[in-house]
Structures are given as structure tokens and as C-alpha cells.
Design a protein around this ligand. Structure first.
Ligand SMILES: [Zn+2]
Length: 387
């Protein structure tokens, strides 16, 4: 019995959500006449993670859990469904001419549909598959004629021949795995920088509908809902682009590998804004003119410290008594109450609190002076005169 979540390792709620009694112990490798006497029911507890919320059985997975056992991969309804999904995925995410790998690709039936779909629509997609069960791999190659390789999809160091791939798909496979993070890391390491993926799992939302219970199988160690699937994907470096339900039974997500933010570009204007602030302070402290700042908050502290203008500011006014008689970090400017203005008047007060500019203008006029010059620094605008 496991007490920790297979995705986030947080504790599971101690009390099972449901004790599933007299469940079939397998859905594949069915008993024969000779083995019938060994066929015993299992009692499996469904439990939920206190952290990510994933609902999971707390027992061991079935012995064949890494085999992507799928019957009827090539039945007419599944061919039609996969075609619809592939067409949307390829056309919407511009995957024409790209390499797509299916993880846990079973006997290659879905890959064959992808291959046929690519040929009939001239998508020029190169199909690849990774499957654990060597017999399935042989069937995929010899019967379906698709590009399949044997390997461990539940191992983050598995190298998939043909990598890096531009896109991946996986159908129900993550729900089988006791180490789903390892599968996602395997995908992460075998795909391109901006790879996209289509992942489908049995939907927990379906299970809790009337009668949904009978769709349970211990072949699936976990039942993801939108939130816990998104958590698994995000935890492993992918962000959710879209999600939806298929026939109310399955939950799918389309994801993309997350890139780090580009702060060099986003903050490319910082040097210019700093220079404007420095020039403004220099211009307004010429000929013994004096400047004060209003608001002893982090915006002011960062502005004054990073522009190295502290020596040119007489003081910082702040109404909060617990800040008064202290000093701004790094710039070491004294912090005073608004009353200090009457003892040591200045020519200009610069407001360094973008959220409260209008309010502070009124306070300056009321508490300090009706004629002192006022300036402010605002997001994106830089420093500017108000009056
Ligand atoms: Zn969890």
C-alpha cells in the first residue's frame, strides 16, 4: 500500500475515497481453463493526493502495466477519432513535415492511422513510436508497417532513435504508469525546444458521473482530472495550451515545452529609463535646488539604489510611522514624516509609487505645499513632471 502520490510525492488522504471490492485483477492476459483456479479478485483502494489532488490506486500496478495494451486500435470508430485529432493537431500547430513520436504506441494501430492520414492529406509527417512490449513492436513493424522501436517509456534516460521530435502523442498511457514523471522527462529530453504534445487519458470527470464506476480498471493506476493532469504536465516543464473531453470519456491536453522568460528583451529599456531618471535628478538639483522623494517602498528603494542617485535626494517622505527615522537601504536617504517638509523645504518632490500617484499628489498639496513642483515615475513612462 502506497501512502505517497506517484506524481508529487505528497501524502495521500489516509481515508480511501472508495474501497473497490471484488475487482478483476487484470484486464489483459486473461485466465485460461488451466489458470482459472488462480484467478482471485482484488480489493483496491482509491485514494487522493493531498497535494496535487490526483486520484490513484494505492496498490502495485498490474504486472504488464508498461505494455500499451489496446484492443481494436484499428476499428472504424477509433480510426475516425484519431484522424480527426491528428488533423486538428497537425494543422493547428503547423506540424506538416515534422517528426511526431507516440509514447506507449501499442501495436502500432494509431501510428498507422497517422501515417495514412499524413499520406492522404500530404502532411509529410514522419511517424515514430516507442513501445515497451517487444511482441507489440514486432506486430507494429510487420503487420502495420510503421516506424516503431522498443524501449522503456517510463525512464527519463531512454534515448529514442530519431530524436529530437517536434511533437509527441500519447493515448491513455500516462494513466498506466507508476512513474509518470519519468515518462514526461523521457519526452522532455527527446523533443525539440518548442515541441508540442497531445496527451489523452481516461477522464476522472467521467468516472464520477452516474455509472462511471464500471469503467474502472486497475490497469490504470491513476485517474487524472483537468487539474491533476495539468499539474503533471507543468511539473515536467510543459504548459497547457488547450484541453477538452472526448466522448465525455477521455480528457485530452495539448501542451508545449515551456521556455524561460526572456528578461533581456523584456527589460531592454531599463538602461534608458535609468539614464532618464539620472538626467532628470541632475537637471533638477542644479544651482542648489533640492529634491525629496515620496514613498519609502521597494519601487523607490530599487530606483534610487540602481540609479545611484541617493546622494542627490534630501530625504524620503513616508506617512507610515514605522518607516520614519529610518534610512533607505543602499541609498541611505533618511526617511521622514510629511511634517518635515516645513522644516526643510525642497524645490521638487518625486513620487516613486506608481500605483498611488493621483492620491499622493493630493497629499503633497494638503500636507506639504500647494506650490512645490511634483514629478513622478510611472511604469513604462519613466520620469515626468506633473506640475
Ligand atoms: Zn500529488
Amino acid at each position: 500500500m502506497r501512502n505517497r502520490c506517484i506524481v508529487c510525492e505528497a501524502p495521500l488522504w489516509e481515508k480511501p475515497l472508495y474501497a473497490c471490492k471484488n475487482m478483476p485483477s487484470v484486464s489483459q492476459n486473461l485466465p485460461t481453463a488451466d489458470t482459472l483456479s488462480h484467478d482471485q479478485p482484488i480489493h483496491a483502494n482509491m485514494r487522493q493526493c493531498m497535494g496535487c489532488g490526483l486520484v490513484q490506486f494505492d496498490c502495485d500496478p498490474v504486472s504488464y502495466y508498461k505494455d500499451s495494451t489496446r484492443a481494436n486500435e484499428r476499428c472504424a470508430s477509433l480510426i475516425h477519432l484519431r484522424e480527426t485529432q491528428y488533423k486538428y493537431f497537425i494543422e493547428h500547430y503547423h506540424l506538416q513535415g515534422k517528426k511526431i513520436v507516440e509514447i506507449g504506441a501499442g501495436k502500432g494501430g494509431f501510428l498507422k492511422t497517422l501515417k495514412e492520414c499524413s499520406q492522404s492529406s500530404n502532411y509529410r509527417v514522419q511517424e515514430y513510436g516507442l513501445e515497451w512490449n517487444p511482441n507489440f513492436v514486432t506486430i507494429a513493424r510487420e503487420k502495420e508497417g510503421v516506424n516503431m522501436q522498443q524501449g522503456d517509456p517510463e525512464c527519463e534516460t531512454t534515448k529514442i532513435a530519431g530524436a529530437p521530435f517536434d511533437a509527441f502523442t500519447s493515448f491513455a498511457y500516462p494513466a498506466r504508469l507508476i512513474h509518470p514523471n519519468a515518462m514526461m522527462q523521457c519526452i522532455y529530453k527527446n523533443t525539440t525546444k518548442s515541441a508540442v504534445g497531445f496527451i489523452q487519458v481516461p477522464s476522472f470527470e467521467h468516472l464520477i458521473q452516474p455509472g462511471g464506476f464500471f469503467d474502472l480498471t486497475v490497469d490504470h493506476i491513476a485517474y487524472y482530472d483537468v487539474s491533476s493532469l495539468q499539474f503533471l504536465l507543468q511539473k515536467n516543464g510543459f504548459h497547457l495550451l488547450e484541453y477538452g473531453f472526448v466522448s465525455n470519456l477521455y480528457l485530452y491536453a495539448i501542451v508545449q515545452k515551456r521556455q524561460p522568460y526572456d528578461l533581456q528583451t523584456a527589460w531592454a529599456d531599463i538602461e534608458l529609463l535609468k539614464k532618464q531618471f539620472q538626467d532628470f535628478v541632475a537637471e533638477n538639483t542644479k544651482n542648489q535646488k533640492k529634491i525629496a522623494v515620496w514613498c519609502a517602498g521597494h519601487f523607490a528603494f530599487v530606483t534610487l539604489a540602481t540609479t545611484d542617485t541617493g546622494s542627490k535626494i534630501a530625504y524620503i517622505i513616508d506617512k507610515a510611522p514605522f518607516k520614519q527615522n529610518r534610512y533607505a537601504p543602499i541609498s541611505h536617504i533618511p526617511i521622514v514624516s510629511p511634517k518635515h517638509y516645513t522644516k526643510e523645504p525642497v524645490d521638487m518632490i518625486i513620487i516613486l509609487a506608481p500605483l498611488y500617484i493621483d492620491e499622493i499628489v493630493q497629499e503633497i498639496r494638503t500636507l506639504c505645499s500647494s506650490h512645490v513642483k511634483i514629478a513622478a515615475m510611472d511604469y513604462g513612462k519613466g520620469i515626468y513632471r506633473i506640475s
